[in-house]
Design a protein around this ligand. Structure first.
Ligand code: E4P
Length: 217
């Protein structure tokens, strides 16, 4: 499973990249606003930090505007993936980007029928928003399973990118449901490493090791 970081915080990204476990990055207009920096500058810096896909979202709502913005974003670096909203116009733009060989991440997906259309439009990635569906009283993970089944039924190669992840349990469930990728906020990514029994067990092992008086080196 590919693990992406959902962030524009390049200091945090630099640190987590050292683990070798970060396969890509996603951003959105809210995260760009949070960075307080010009979008092109942040995206270029992120693309220099990770080799994998870096999603950068268009802001236009019309097809021509999306295409113009997407082409400009794609020109920043070869690993830019143009993020497009799951609207009728967004899917028309997605189809054109596919023809032009520009990678796309279709975002704000909340239903399996939307995901089906995105795959037909030639999306590289589909981003179902798990946490926001759960917040809304629905079962976000059920949506991942439905999309997996539909894509497998028809052999679509659009990758499922579980988004709006809030907890390590979301990551596990997305992996079990067959999601190709998950995009994870940095704090949740850090939490993936941890378990209280790991800490407790290690504390005991180190205490017992100290009693031996030995050194491995
Ligand atoms: C990813 O592409 C999305 O921008 C992100 O996962 C949204 O997460 P949120 O619902 O926590 O804002």
């Amino acid at each position: 499973m590919q693990l992406f970081l959902d962030t524009t915080d390049t200091a945090v990204l630099k640190d987590l990249v050292t683990t070798g476990l970060v396969d890509g990055v996603t951003t959105n207009p809210t995260l760009i606003a949070k960075s307080g920096r010009p979008m092109a500058e942040v995206i270029a810096e992120i693309c220099g930090l990770v080799e994998g896909p870096v999603s950068a979202e268009v802001a236009a709502m019309d097809v021509e505007g999306m295409l113009a913005e997407g082409r400009k974003l794609a020109a920043i670096a070869p690993n830019v993936v143009v993020k497009v909203p799951l609207t009728r116009n967004g899917l028309i733009a997605t189809r054109e980007f596919a023809v032009e060989g520009i990678q796309t991440n279709v975002t704000l997906c909340f239903s399996a029928s939307q995901a089906l259309l995105a795959a037909k439009a030639g999306a590289s990635y589909i981003s179902p928003f798990i946490g926001r569906l759960d917040d809304h009283g629905a079962d976000g993970m059920e949506l991942i399973s439905e999309i997996r089944a539909i894509y497998d039924n028809y052999g679509y190669d659009t990758e499922i990118l579980a988004a709006s992840i809030r907890t390590p349990a979301h990551v596990t469930a997305a992996a079990l449901a067959g999601s190709d990728c998950a995009t994870i906020p940095p704090a949740t990514f850090e939490a993936l490493f941890k378990h209280p029994l790991t800490d407790k067990g290690l504390e005991q092992f180190m205490a017992d090791w100290a009693k031996t008086g030995q050194s491995i080196l």
